[in-house]
Structures are given as C-alpha cells and as structure tokens.
Design a protein around this ligand. Structure first.
Ligand code: F6R
Length: 377
C-alpha cells in the first residue's frame, strides 16, 4: 500500500487542512465570480493627481506577486486571441512607461500588504490609471476604500496559493463587464462544474490506484519535476512548477513548446548524472494541433531514457478554461500529496516569510501607503 493510502495518516499530516481547502475550489470559483459580478466601476474617482476616469481601456495590466498574480497568467492564456487590447502581467515595484489614464490596472494581493504590489499601485494611482483591486484586505484594501476604487474582496484566512479560485475568477468576469470579451463568466461556471466532478476522484479517501493526483505524486517523489506546456497551457505549466516549489518544497521548473525546442532541448544531451534527477510532465490535450503533437512526441523521444520519469497530464472538458483548470487541478492536488509523502507541511512558507521579514526593515509597504495616501483628496 502506498503511504498516500493511509487516510488517517494523511489527515494528521495535513494539519492545516490544505487538501480539504483545495477540494472546495469549485465553490470558490463560483463565489469569486459572483463577487466580481456584483462590483461596479464608478464613472470617476477623484485623486489629488486629478480624476481617474473609467472607460474602455486600451491595455490591461495585472499587477501582483507570486500566487496572487498567477491568475493574470491564466487570464492571458484564456483571452489572448479574443481580447482586442494587450493584457500584461506585471511583477515589479514600478509600472511600465506606457501605463496611463487609458490603462486598466488590476492590483492583486491576497494579503494586501505586499510591498512590490503596493508600490506599483501607488505609481498607477499617480498616473491616473483605471485601477481595480482584488484582495482580502490589508493596506491595499484600506487604500481602495478610502479612494473609492472598485475592489473585489475575497475571504481572509487562506494562503494566497490556496485562494487561486478567488484571485483568478474575478479577472475574466471584470474583463467581460468592461466589454472586452464575451462568455468568460460562462466558462468559469463550466470549469467549476468540471472541478466539482473531478474533486470526487482526487480526495484523500480515493486510493492511489484510482486517484490521478496521488499517482502523479508517487511517480514524482524523489525527482525534480519539470512541467512542459504549450499554447494556453503555458500558464498552467508555470503554476504547477510554483506549486511543486511552494507546497511540495522541491525545486521545479517549467517551459513550453514550441519555444523549448529551440534552446532547452539541448540540455537533455547532458550526461545521465545531470539529467536523471529530473522527471518531465508533458501536458496533453486531445485537441492539440498536429504540429504540437509532433513536437511533443519528438521531445519525448529525446527526454526518454535521460529523465528519471516521463509522464503526461491530460486535459478534460471541451472549453479552454475547463481544459486549463482540469490539468491544473490534478497537478495542484499532486503537489499537496507530494508534500505529505515527503513528510513536509504543504502550508508552511518559511523562506518566503523570511525574505519578506528581512525586506520589511526598508519600510517599502509603508512608503507606498504614504505615497498613495498623499493622493487622497
Ligand atoms: C503564498 C504565495 C506567495 C504570495 C506572494 C505575494 O501562498 O503563494 O507567492 O502570493 O508572496 O503575497 P500576496 O499574495 O499576499 O500579495
């Protein structure tokens, strides 16, 4: 019996109830979509820099860090061929030069206290960008309330990565509200229905033989996972890499086709001592384009025998978001099981907290707060 089939031991090891929290993602997606649906954009927000006027944006910038902004990456892949304006994900203290009054900036920070996000937010405010936010509160939540900036409030008490449905689902709904795309809320609802169904087969009570997430975790144990995506699965591959890092506490990497065929693939020519620590997960879709199918097969041939394991994760559903989130969900759950199989707490995030604490001495979050407060009329 796999150690992942001792349900009691699993429950005891998962002290913070991460498994149960992830099994509620379908409900969380629907609740978040509803919260976003309920907010309204004001015609104008007054600031000391001048009025922010909400209208049709000519660019969308999703600002944030880590688990909070990854929803922006999913949004980009979901909408790149339907939204008529550029959608960018921005992870930095400073806003790009083009951001101005016609740019929609959505600041996403679960805690609302992340210094990079707050600095970029205050800069966007000074440039009179159309700002909205998604947060559970913190400094960002307070500033939005004081200024009258539209904010999607999400429940507190989770870790940002556990809150992905809350942080992601508002994004497509807000874009649809602004008339930048159609049918996105419907896709969120379809994907939630699929995740609800999938959750029945991914929980701790379902044994490894019938549980794709436990099976994946068992295969990955003792190796360094590399996730290869393509097309709209690029963001999914990226998110899974981050979950193997954050939940499972292992190094992990990602890349995507066709890009990796032009550089990374050379690395697999290295001697076995360098390639054997890795496992490769290829994301697959029954509707993948012929050229991508050929690339995956050719790449698999090169990697086979060099990596420790070559695995596949297959998309379910028919709509784009269903496909993306179905792959994501199995991988996310696998990252939790991998943590538990390794005897580590998937909830803990010591190194991230440690760096945040070390940086706090510079008082950047407070500086950003003061800069934004100076713009309150
Ligand atoms: C923690 C996590 C981190 C945070 C990041 C930004 O679960 O995923 O990547 O998301 O450090 O913090 P917040 O999300 O509070 O802005």
């Amino acid at each position: 019996m796999s150690c992942l089939d001792d349900v009691e031991a699993l429950r005891k090891a998962d002290v913070h109830g991460m498994l149960a929290a992830y099994l509620r993602w379908a409900d969380n997606l629907l609740e978040a979509a509803k919260r976003a649906e309920d907010i309204s954009f004001p015609a104008e927000v007054r600031t000391r820099a001048g009025p922010i006027r909400y209208g049709e944006p000519d660019a969308v910038v999703i600002v944030g860090m880590g688990g909070s902004v990854v929803g922006g990456e999913l949004l980009k892949d979901l909408t790149w061929d339907v939204v008529p304006v550029p959608v960018l994900v921005w992870r930095d203290y400073h806003m790009p030069a083009f951001a101005g009054p016609d740019t929609l900036v959505i600041a996403v920070s679960y805690s609302g206290n992340t210094e990079e996000t707050l600095m970029a937010f205050s800069e966007a405010l000074g440039r009179k960008c159309m700002i909205a936010a998604i947060t559970s509160g913190g400094i960002l939540g307070q500033l939005c309330k004081r200024l009258g900036i539209p904010v999607v409030e999400v429940p507190a008490g989770l870790k940002p990565r556990m809150a992905l449905p809350y942080l992601f689902a508002p994004l497509p709904v807000l874009l649809e509200k602004l008339g930048l795309a159609k049918g996105l809320k419907g896709q969120v609802e379809e994907a939630a229905a699929l995740l609800r169904h999938m959750a029945e087969d991914l929980g701790p009570d379902v044994p490894t033989a019938r549980n794709k997430a436990k099976e994946l975790a068992s295969e990955l144990k003792g190796t360094i996972p590399i996730v290869y995506g393509f097309g709209f699965f690029r963001s999914v591959a990226y998110r899974l890499k981050t979950q193997f890092n954050e939940n499972s506490k292992v190094p992990s990497f990602y890349n995507w086709l066709p890009a990796l065929n032009h550089d990374e693939v050379m690395g697999w020519e290295a001697e076995d001592a360098l390639t054997k620590p890795f496992s490769v997960i290829f994301i697959r879709d029954r509707d993948e384009a012929l050229e991508i199918r050929h690339r995956i097969e050719a790449t698999k041939e090169l990697v086979a025998g060099k990596a420790s394991k070559v695995l596949e994760l297959h998309a379910l559903g028919s709509e784009r978001l269903e496909k993306m989130l179905s792959v994501l969900y199995v991988g996310e759950m696998a990252s939790l099981y991998l943590a538990l199989a390794r005897g580590v707490d998937p909830y803990a995030m010591a190194s991230i907290d440690d760096i945040k604490e070390k940086l706090a001495v510079l008082g950047m979050a407070e500086k950003a707060r003061a800069r934004a407060e100076a713009l309150v009329p």
